[in-house]
Design a binder for this molecule. Structure first.
Ligand code: KG4
Ligand code: ZN
Length: 356
């Protein structure tokens, strides 16, 4: 079964052809990073206009690289949400029209579930139960997955996503956008113990995460130590701060993942999403997995950030389950992955605020 995956939830227009949910025939990503860089972040209006321009050439290039024709496609999987509404709509409308024209099934995929499936191409099959840390620019959650397709959120960020914290701190340090890769590069080989940032304490003791206090701590450190920031010219002090910040984020993420793994006894760990590109995070998660005696699976760099191969892989599983969307399917920015023991209402009643 050849599936065309389409992804346009944020600032990457992507298309991929995937056979049987596991074999990538082609994967094309048109990133808009250079366009948004001058604004210091993604501008939604610009993003949707760019998707409109790119969607057709990107799909055509994916077909060409795979050596396939439209008539070879058996089904389409498209990111339905969450994401930016204008961006999502471009992919969803294009995919629906194409599926209608070709008279083939289409399935809407949750972008976060796509990230979970980004690991299927380069790793052994996942053994369940699994525990998945999904860390990107928009999301930071840990999901308990007792069996394929069942998700319970066991940790969530109460404020910023980890990638967002990387981006904001990079901005404070005059390092440009996106922040993750540049902070990782600067922190490499630097002693992370020189500048120490404390871990956030969640007052109700839940295994949740918080990064906004860390952002404030970096800002306070810059002020109190009168650190001079020169745009794109990081001083040794800036490198020490970048290393201390990165180490604090990784400690929080991996510490929480390991603690939950001790309680929930998963047979596989998954770490995916844009921040999973970070090699220091990878090393820390691998060390934790070794302590736990279970494997941890990561996607390679191309599959860590937004791509359409992961959407096709998740779509393949959904289609196998018998899911298929009708013409009424539309972009849904409120789409949530959790489908087990949802605690959202109970938490809201307790006054717990968090990012979905
Ligand atoms: O998954 P993704 O491409 O988009 C979202 O769905 O959000 O993730 C983008 C995020 C950005 O915040 C970026 O700074 C972060 O991933 N990122 C990294 C690294 N590469 C990308 N964060 C830390 N270290 C990296 N090497
Ligand atoms: Zn993403």
């Amino acid at each position: 079964m050849i599936i065309l995956g389409i992804e346009s939830s944020c600032d990457e227009t992507a298309a991929a052809l995937v056979r049987d949910g596991r074999e990538i025939l082609s994967s094309v990503i048109a990133s808009q990073i250079d366009i948004h860089r001058e604004w210091g972040g993604v501008v939604p209006e610009i993003a949707s206009r760019e998707h409109l321009e790119k969607i057709e050439p990107v799909v055509n290039e994916a077909l060409e690289r795979a050596g396939t024709r439209l008539s070879d496609i058996d089904a389409i999987a498209v990111t339905q949400g969450p994401g930016l509404i204008g961006s999502l709509l471009v992919g969803v409308c294009y995919a629906k029209a194409l599926a209608y024209g070709l008279d083939i099934p289409i399935v809407g995929v949750n972008h976060i579930e796509g990230h979970v499936y980004s690991i299927v191409f380069e790793n052994p099959p996942v053994e369940y139960p699994a525990l998945a840390l999904i860390v990107s620019g928009g999301h930071t959650n840990i999901f308990y997955i007792p069996e394929e397709g069942k998700y319970k959120v066991v940790s969530r960020t109460r404020d910023d996503a980890a990638g967002e914290a990387f981006d904001k701190v990079a901005k404070m340090l005059g390092l440009g956008y996106p922040g993750g890769p540049v902070i990782e590069r600067l922190a490499k080989g630097v002693n992370a113990g020189k500048v120490h940032f404390p871990q956030a304490k969640i007052s109700d003791g839940r295994p949740d995460l918080s990064f906004s206090g860390l952002k404030t701590a970096v800002s306070r450190y810059l002020r109190e130590n009168e650190i001079n920031i020169i745009e794109n010219e990081p001083s040794p002090e800036v490198r020490d701060i970048a290393a201390g910040f990165q180490s604090a984020v990784i400690k929080a993420l991996v510490g929480t993942l390991e603690k939950l793994a001790k309680d929930l006894l998963p047979r596989t760990l998954i770490v995916a999403g844009g921040v999973a590109c970070n090699l220091a995070l990878k090393e820390a998660a691998e060390a934790a997995a070794e302590r736990l005696g279970i494997p941890v699976y990561f996607p390679s760099k191309h599959l860590s950030t937004d791509n359409a191969a992961m959407i096709a892989a998740a779509g393949f599983v959904a289609l196998k389950r018998g899911e298929c969307a009708g013409p009424e399917m539309t972009a849904d920015i409120t789409l949530r992955l959790q489908n087990l023991e949802n605690e959202d209402e109970a938490l809201r009643k307790k006054g717990v605020h968090y990012r979905l």
